[in-house]
Ligand binder design. Structure first.
Ligand code: ADP
Ligand code: MG
Length: 435
């Protein structure tokens, strides 16, 4: 009866339906589950984060951390909508140091999958495991033996959204989803050099990223030695009222195009104040400067751009997934970055292509985002200095926690560096109901 709207057709959606609709925006696929759970682990002060997937997370997706856990008295609120330990009211948004603040991820996970969490705080003899129903209420609780930290398990992801689940089942989509999960872990690793990350997919170790002492080491580890060797590091101060600084790793003059330029943006990493972000404007700028200079304007370089701005110059609440941010004085910030890129990548020298390094490459690169390339084995992390990026000063991002680990193959290298323990996120972990 289109066209015959009578007065009484409006109704408020049932709460459960409304929740499901908005949950589908926070949780788009396995990669966003992984991203949200990694953020929670990091917010809990973890220095180790393990991701485990069965069928790319559709059957089971698990994230384990060694963070501070949550207390028994918080368990009832942990997965309730708009419950968070990180933000008391909107006045806290201006100087947010945590990834989370919306109190939505766990609740959304209850709606789109089956959530359970095991956690043990420092000083507790045993851990506790909770299962949640789809509204986020605790339905069962038992004691479990486990180390300090938290293990979050999601089963049957998207069981309530059959179309999305079925779409993800195709071999091609599964490959894409897995590549996106890897990219999410690489982004988190680049934004947090001092944290150890690992990815296990159907029992196979796809990523193993022991903690690093600097962003430079992390870039080499995450992008592979062969790629890193062909990059240069750029530094610039943002000279405007806002202030700030940018560190970039971009292809060096003469870099191998086939290896350093890809289709799609899964290998271009943008980080703003330790937050991996997506930015159409930065993508466009990178294309028009670096890709153009190399004569491959449709591709994107393997690159890392880490921007640090005063916390109050950001709006981190633009979208539910928190992957987009607003910048105060955005035009000026972008202009500083563009100038930096143009200054250091003169068109002339970049036009020359060198294939000499390609022969010694320890990875096979396809122009295909789905290829499981640039997975770095520990052997590649041995300290071999290259002229390009290696000559750059080792620099600690101020927010990167570094913790010593007995298992690190890079230990000798690490011991030469200052070991710093994260002191961020020491706020109260008491749960607050936001509204
Ligand atoms: P947000 O991160 O926005 O607070 P979430 O739904 O992601 O919302 O998480 C809700 C709360 O659950 C967090 O504020 C935190 O207190 C607790 N929590 C979630 N994951 C963990 C974890 N891995 N370790 C400790 N506490 C956690
Ligand atoms: Mg969160």
């Amino acid at each position: 009866n289109r066209g015959q709207m009578s007065a009484s057709q409006m109704r408020q959606l049932p709460a459960a339906t409304a929740r499901m609709l908005s949950s589908g925006q926070v949780i788009l696929g396995p990669e966003s589950v992984v991203k949200e759970l990694i953020e929670n682990a990091l917010d809990a002060g973890a220095t180790r984060v393990d991701v485990r997937l069965d069928s790319c997370g559709l059957d089971r997706l698990e994230v384990l951390d060694n963070g501070r856990g949550f207390s028994a008295s918080d368990a009832d609120l942990v997965a309730m909508r708009h419950c968070t330990s990180k933000l008391a009211d909107d006045s806290g948004l201006a100087d947010l140091v945590t990834y989370g603040f919306r109190g939505e991820a766990l609740n959304s996970l209850c709606t789109v999958g089956q959530l359970s969490m095991a956690t043990r705080c420092q000083g507790e003899e045993l851990g506790r495991e909770y299962a949640f129903d789809k509204s986020g209420q605790v339905v069962s609780r038992r004691d479990v033996a486990m180390p300090t930290g938290t293990r979050v398990t999601v089963r049957q992801l998207f069981h309530c959204l059959p179309v999305r689940r079925q779409q993800l089942r195709s071999a091609k989509r599964l490959r894409e989803a897995l590549a996106s999960v890897e990219a999410a872990i690489r982004s988190a690793a680049l934004a947090n050099p001092g944290v150890r990350f690992a990815l296990l997919s159907d029992g196979e170790a796809l990523l193993s990223l022991p903690e690093c002492a600097s962003l430079n080491d992390r870039v080499r580890q995450v992008l592979s030695y062969a790629v890193w060797q062909q990059m240069q590091r750029l530094d610039c101060q943002i000279n405007n009222a806002v202030g700030g600084r940018v560190v970039a790793f971009v292809p060096a003059s003469g870099a191998d195009k086939a290896m350093l330029f890809r289709n799609g943006d899964l290998h271009s990493f943008f980080i703003v104040n330790r937050r991996p972000v997506q930015s159409a404007k930065l993508v466009k700028m990178i294309r028009s400067t670096i890709s153009s200079a190399f004569g491959v304007p449709t591709k994107l370089p393997v690159c890392v751009l880490s921007i640090e701005l005063p916390a109050d110059a950001l709006d981190v609440n633009l979208n539910a997934a928190k992957t987009q941010i607003g910048l105060a004085n955005e035009a000026a910030v972008l202009e500083s970055i563009r100038t930096m890129l143009l200054d250091t990548v003169p068109n002339q020298s970049l036009a020359t292509v060198s294939n000499t390094v390609a022969t010694t490459a320890d990875i096979v690169v396809a122009n295909n985002n789905n290829a499981p390339d640039s997975i770095v084995s520990n052997a590649n992390n041995k300290d071999v200095r290259a002229d390009a990026a290696g000559a750059a000063a080792e620099s600690h991002l101020p927010t990167s926690p570094v913790a010593p680990s007995a298992e690190s193959p890079d230990q000798t290298e690490q011991q030469q560096h200052q070991i710093r323990i994260s002191t961020s996120n020491t706020r109260s972990t008491r749960m607050r109901r936001k509204r």
